[in-house]
Design a protein. Sequence first.
Length: 173
Amino acid sequence: MGANTSSLVSEDIEEMARESNLSPREIKRLYKRFQKLDRNQSGSLEADELTMIPELAMNPLFPRIVQIFESVNFREFVKLLSVFSESASEEAKRDFVFRFFDIDQDGFVSSTDLIEILLMLCGSNLTQGELEEISQLIIRDADMDKDGMVSYDDFCACDSLGTISQLCQISLA
């Protein structure tokens, strides 16, 4: 996928549209945006290129968002952004939110993961003790099998899809 949208062939667009539930028009628009962000034309996004999105750079969760989007190619970019589409399945939204909270990517949301998220959101407004207390309360309520961590199954069992949908209504594009 080269320097202009004409190098994004129809077959690729159609395939990405099927995989993402985005329209071909939306994919073409995302491709233009991706090209503008990919300043070094490497075919993938780097952390410094992601700072070009002003709304993203102002987001307190920016470090985590960068971790998820850094080094993605265009096809991965479309897949990640498709979760924010109204037509995205609840399962896709749930998967994304769980992966967002699973910072160390071990398949569980631990107290350490939650503290990192809370630090991004609250900064120094909470003490370490308060952060630990909040994370333990969340885990206690969500940990269905009582193993001290929130598995994907725990997450699915305790969270309402309405909450996940609300979290996914933000737009990064």
